[in-house]
Write a protein that binds this ligand. Structure first.
Ligand SMILES: [Zn+2]
Length: 91
């Protein structure tokens, strides 16, 4: 299964070789699954939908809390830059 990953620097998706054991969703929330980003094995119920690693329908793969925090930091950083540029252009 090939996933895609959003790359902020180029504002585009790149193919992302998915780890075996990474999932978007699962029936048993206590199931151990692999974090799609770092590969750490975590119970599904403690995971978050990735903001950047997605399947072909745009659904985020499960990532661990640390990777989720890092994804949010990156998203905030790039959103701030975008707002800054928009403000500058409107001056
Ligand atoms: Zn992780």
């Amino acid at each position: 299964m090939m996933a895609k990953k959003w790359i902020y620097e180029i504002k585009s998706y790149e193919n992302y070789p998915l780890r075996y054991g990474a999932v978007v969703d699962c029936d048993d929330r206590r199931l151990l699954v692999d974090c799609a980003e770092c590969g750490r094995v975590v119970e599904f119920r403690w995971m978050f939908a990735s903001l950047v690693i997605q399947n072909e329908y745009g659904q985020g793969y499960a990532v661990c809390a640390d990777c989720n925090a890092e994804e949010r930091r990156r998203k905030d950083r790039y959103d701030r830059h975008r707002r800054y540029r928009i403000i500058r252009q409107s001056l």
